[in-house]
Design a protein around this ligand. Structure first.
Ligand code: 1YM
Length: 646
């Protein structure tokens, strides 16, 4: 039961701490407390500590959070908040700090903030991380002193050490430092991944304005440092997402509190066709949306239809736009803050907000906010309406075009393209489709393949740049049409993945700049129009060898430069080696192509993931979109690699 504790200092109400139990259960069943012990759980433990620092920022005290990835495998999180309280709790004869670190469910109410982050998905706090760490080291700066304590696997190792008049530059300097080394006995893999940590803090940085994040990788060979600071929260996030997409107007921010629910929405239309909407509840990314997203969508469609009618821009009374029309080129972030204990998550991955009361709240706030914004900024309203009307017209045109195509039977039931050399196998789970650059390499691949399970589709030149092309135009493009028919699953609204004819789709291009371009074009096509194929893990890139090393009567292939070097080294100094650098697939005869790149026994395939859709999206947009400066910059900053390939 919760015990009443004495209040020791005025700013810290220790009686709010509830002490429940020790940490033994955490080591026995770690998954119950951090979700899993794989790398997701490993990063979750770091996130827990970071979130404690972020909570201290939400409470209005910390201004900075530093995260260090140290050379010995440990991580250090530092904040400049008040410092975890260190006053002695009489009934335990221990400091509050030690209780926080060594007891389960010990936690105060954070500065009265109802929206604290820790207590999120797993929300277990510092003590659980401590229990799952080989060692933990905490330093608190408070009352002009420095306090330190060490723990091993959750057990107190040293008494609370106090350093009077320590090197605290000014009396105002306070804060908390937590260092920990994840326990190898718990986590099979204890290596922190810079990009995963970066993503987690970037998310927080956008949602907690005015907090400075510093991520520093001090591990050998890595000297990476990244800082995040967003003065204006989610509006910065929307602007960032639209950076290379040609925003059409100033981003719109709507913010209001209703019945202890705080709704914050930022939106901005851009020049491209895809939609990018993210939603959050108390800093938790609801990747499957939920009632807040539904409320937003309904409000957007209604506000636009109402405004369009009001200014008389519809020709007929019954004209109106539908939800889909409002999504083209829409970038938006929906951020709802509500009391933690009322949140209901739904769905298998708990990525969906289920609270039904949230939908009407978001809907009315967004509808009112948008209507007011349109009335006060008619220029912006006009630009948005034009974009949406264009989408509506394109929808009607695409529908007509699709009907025409379907009538002609161009896609459905159409016979396989003549260029496709299909495999004999009919079971998609063991069938492979090679997309090969150029007719000559396509010819070699057709001769070299194992026709039982390998199909070859040569693609001529550069396939259509799909980033900016609409569905009706894409289907008309010969090369893409061949690809869609060969895949067998259709496209757009009528897509049926169960009809996909191959579960391994392998892009095989030359290892040069042109090859990379074609590779990016094909990836863009799948990413934009058949992302499910990437999500299922069906898309691969073949890795042809870079070199053939011949010595005497023997030869060996090298797929990377280090591999080439090590083969040369292993041959000793006397050997005479001739090195052939492969510039294209066409330089290999069918047997060599089979041996090096197609034979499942030897070949190297790289599986494509959408693990960071946002980043992939940005790169695709930058390389493929209309905006020239970012592409130029990207090409210039990657020019070294490009030159090597020429
Ligand atoms: C690097 C991790 O844990 N910072 C942190 C934690 C606390 C406080 C300040 C804090 C909270 C309160 C009052 C309060 C915590 N305090 C507690 C407990 N950084 C990090 N910074 N004073 C300081 O909530 O009232 C738990 S966490 F329980 F002691 F209040």
């Amino acid at each position: 039961m919760a015990k009443s504790l004495n209040k020791k200092t005025p700013e810290y109400s220790a009686q709010q701490i509830q002490v429940l139990e020790g940490l033994e259960p955490v080591r026995k069943r770690p998954g119950m407390y951090i979700g899993s012990t794989d790398t997701v759980g490993l990063h979750e433990s770091l996130r827990e500590i970071i979130d404690n620092a972020v909570d201290e920022a939400l409470a209005g005290f910390a201004k900075n959070v530093w995260i260090f990835l140290n050379n010995d495998g440990s991580a250090t999180v530092v904040d400049d908040g008040r410092g975890i309280p260190v006053d002695i709790m009489p009934q335990f004869k221990k400091s509050a700090l030690e209780i926080v670190m060594t007891k389960l469910h010990a936690g105060g109410k954070f500065g009265g903030s109802a929206y604290k982050i820790s207590g999120g998905l797993h929300g277990v706090g510092s003590s659980v991380v401590n229990a799952l760490s080989e060692w933990t080291w905490v330093e608190v700066k408070r009352n002009g002193k420095v306090y330190r304590q060490e723990y091993e696997r959750g057990i107190t190792k040293t008494p609370l050490e106090t350093i009077e008049n320590a090197a605290i530059d000014s009396p105002g300097k306070t804060g908390t430092t937590v260092s920990f080394l994840p326990d190898k006995l718990i986590f099979p893999d204890i290596i922190f991944d810079f990009d995963t940590v970066k993503k987690a803090i970037r998310e927080r940085a956008y949602l907690v304005p005015n907090l400075f994040f510093h991520l520093i990788d001090k591990r050998e060979g890595q000297t990476k440092e990244i800082n995040y600071y967003f003065e204006s929260g989610i509006i910065s996030l929307v602007e960032k997402l639209n950076e290379n997409k040609g925003p059409l107007h100033e981003a719109i921010l709507i913010k209001k509190i209703s019945k202890d629910v705080e709704v914050e929405v930022a939106l901005q239309y851009n020049n491209v066709y895809s939609e990018n909407v993210e939603s959050y509840v108390n800093v938790i990314n609801t990747i499957n949306g939920g009632t807040h997203l539904t409320g937003f969508r309904m409000a957007l469609t209604r506000a636009i239809n109402d405004y369009g009618k009001k200014i008389g821009s519809f020709k007929n009374d019954e004209d109106s736009v539908v939800g889909d029309d409002t999504r083209e080129g829409l970038t938006a972030v929906i951020f709802v803050k509500m009391p933690q204990d009322r949140i209901q998550f739904e769905g298998q991955t708990k990525g969906k907000l289920g609270n039904s009361e949230i939908q009407p709240i978001v809907q009315s706030i967004v509808k009112d906010g948008l209507t007011t914004h349109f009335e006060e900024n008619p220029q912006t309203a006009r630009k948005i309406l034009e974009k949406i009307y264009l989408a509506a017209r394109a929808r009607l045109a695409a529908k007509a075009a699709k009907e025409a195509i379907l009538r002609k039977g161009a896609l459905e039931g159409s016979s396989l393209p003549g260029k496709l050399a299909d495999c004999q196998e009919k079971d998609p789970s063991v069938s492979e489709l090679y997309l090969v650059e150029g007719d000559s390499a396509g010819g070699s691949a057709k001769q070299g393949r194992d026709r039982k399970f390998q199909a070859i589709l040569p693609l001529k030149g550069k396939i259509l740049n799909t980033e900016r092309a609409r569905l009706d135009r894409i289907i008309e493009h010969e090369e893409v049409k061949n690809l869609i028919i060969a895949l067998g699953a259709g496209i757009g609204e009528t897509v049926r993945f169960e009809k996909l004819r191959y579960h391994r789709i392998i892009i095989m291009t030359d290892a040069d700049v042109d090859g990379q371009h074609i590779e990016t074009l094909i990836l863009t096509f799948f990413y934009r129009h058949l992302p499910e194929i990437i999500r299922q893990g069906y898309l691969y890139i073949a890795q042809p060898p870079l070199y053939k090393l011949s010595f005497g009567k023997n030869s060996q292939y090298a797929y990377t430069d280090p591999e080439k070097d090590s083969i040369i080294q292993s041959l000793g100094s006397g050997a005479k080696v001739s090195i052939q650098r492969y510039k294209g697939l066409g330089e290999m005869n069918p047997d060599q192509l089979w041996e090096t790149t197609m034979n499942p026994k030897n070949r190297i395939l790289k599986q494509i993931h959408i693990d960071d859709a946002e980043e992939a999206d940005a790169v695709f947009t930058m390389l493929m979109g209309d905006e020239v400066p970012p592409r130029k910059h990207f090409i210039q900053s990657n020019a070294k690699q490009a030159i090597l390939d020429i």
